[in-house]
Design a protein around this ligand. Structure first.
Ligand SMILES: *Cc1c(COP(=O)(O)O)cnc(C)c1O
Length: 460
């Protein structure tokens, strides 16, 4: 018999979670104004709000915490991190930052100015935020097939090279400081980008004399997909693949809270010294001295170790197979989900799940609230609430897709937790015809309203 797959780790420490009652959850979600961000974590049984900073560190990472060097300048922890970044990305220069958006802030302070254009593949919200904050424009050049929730494509995060070339051709190169490729593509559902696509983008970038930056938050999961889906890579080590991916780029920004399996941290890495020098000034202003940049020595040590662990094939296999397992359980029950499954999350298509709720009543938020009340599972709405209002007309913006994202933290939950989650979704699915009304907004902020919005249920 072929031996089944199993996790390449065992559990050394556990954290108790409370399995609440339906009555408790009904009260808590009402007190939270039907906004899942307002819940206390103790009120959540299985927390799939995000995979960012929620992973479980290993014994080796905790060990590295104890040997962290807290010297202001030149700490050994800084050099440990420098070595890890060199081994895994091939970038010689780097600056620590306290998280991914801080890395963006530092790098974009050097590169982005008013009126610039930054093409890429569905930029992440903070990336777009840092571009638009500087009165520049993010242009999305993702392949069209990414917009079809059921279209099967092995690399649905790819850049459309024709769209990209049109942007490069039709704008003065002085207006385009860089191209940014996000791997895997968070905004389009954790979909990977192929090596040949990255190579294609880099050829275009070179031809037009423009820099290529990789947003590498989930670079290791992307490398796993390249190894398992793209021809010619199956015999390569993950770290060989990551080095090749980054060899096409001039630099990267990193949210270490994702694939480097730490709870807080980030960095910027560079190929050339000049850009590193320019960014160093901003790093000192915004983050801290160039050998710690917003991180303590112990955290840099844990991050260095996390980079090695996060790029081990057996770990990545267990991680991505767990996400796939949840996806398959949902699919078997006929639940409409986005395919192929992403690397870090499963996305439920809320418009088809609750098809009698009009978009004006926020079907995805309604579904996220139902999943919570049914079984204490916390996902997140990725729909009209998150899409916010048009800044000029103040009208609601309705995206093509209304989704609930179930993001799986790394090394945290077991397969039983996945079965439980699937059962919760299935129970709601079986009573979906009785859910005919959605939510109405009671109070909202001017921007990024989904974090603080207050809602109420619309009664018949
Ligand atoms: C999370 C994330 C960021 C921002 O990082 P933070 O650590 O949350 O500030 C940037 N890009 C991508 C693709 C991300 O997933």
């Amino acid at each position: 018999m072929k031996l089944p797959f199993a996790e390449p780790f065992k559990i050394k420490m556990v954290e108790k979670i409370y399995r609440s009652t339906l009555q408790e959850r009904e009260r808590w979600i009402r007190d939270a104004s039907f906004n899942l961000f307002n819940l206390r974590s103790e009120e959540v049984y299985i927390d799939l709000l995000t995979d960012s900073g929620t992973g479980a560190m290993s014994d080796k990472q905790w060990g590295a915490i104890m040997t962290g060097d807290e010297s202001y300048a030149g700490a050994s922890s800084y050099y440990n991190l420098k070595d890890a970044i060199w081994d895994i990305t091939g970038f010689q220069y780097f600056l620590p930052a306290h998280q991914g958006r801080a890395a963006e802030n530092v790098l974009f302070s050097v590169l982005v100015k008013e009126g610039d254009i930054v093409p890429g593949n569905s930029h992440f919200d903070t990336t777009k935020g840092h571009i638009e904050f500087r009165k520049a424009k993010a242009v999305d050049c993702t392949i069209d097939v990414a917009r079809d929730p059921s279209a099967i494509h092995p690399f649905k995060g790819n850049v459309d090279l024709e769209k990209l070339e049109n942007v490069l051709k039709n704008n003065p190169s002085g207006k385009i400081p860089f191209i940014i490729v996000t791997v895997t593509n968070n905004t389009s559902g954790g979909q990977p980008v192929s090596m040949s696509n990255i190579r294609g983008v880099s050829e275009l970038a070179r031809r037009y004399g423009i820099k290529l930056i990789i947003d590498g938050a989930r670079f290791a999961e992307n490398a796993y997909f390249i190894k398992t889906r793209e021809k010619g890579f199956s015999n390569m080590q993950i770290s060989e693949i990551t080095r090749e991916m980054f060899s096409y780029a001039d630099g990267m920004t990193m949210s270490s809270k994702k694939d480097a399996i730490v709870n807080m941290g980030g960095f910027i890495a560079f190929r050339e010294e000049k850009l590193f020098r320019q960014a160093s000034t901003f790093n000192i202003i915004f983050e801290g001295f160039i050998t710690y940049g917003g991180m303590s020595g112990r955290d840099m040590n844990a991050l260095a170790q996390g980079l090695y662990e996060g790029t081990e094939f057996t770990y990545l296999e267990s991680r991505i197979k767990q996400v796939e397992y949840l996806g398959n359980r949902l699919k078997e029950s006929g639940i409409p989900i986005i395919e192929p499954f992403g690397g870090h999350a499963i996305f439920i298509d809320a418009k088809s799940f609750l098809n009698s709720i009009p978009r004006e009543e926020f079907p995805a938020q309604t579904l996220a609230v139902e999943l919570y009340t049914e079984g204490g599972v916390r996902g997140v709405e990725v729909g009209a609430l998150m899409a916010d209002r048009d800044p000029v007309t103040r009208e609601n913006r309705y995206p093509d897709l209304e989704m609930v994202r179930l993001a799986i933290p790394r090394r945290v939950y077991t397969y039983n937790h996945m079965d439980y989650t699937a059962a919760v979704v299935k129970n709601v699915f079986e009573r979906r015809n009785s859910i005919t009304r959605g939510m109405r907004i009671k109070r909202e902020a001017l921007i990024l309203r989904h974090f603080t919005v207050e809602l109420e249920r619309i009664m018949k």
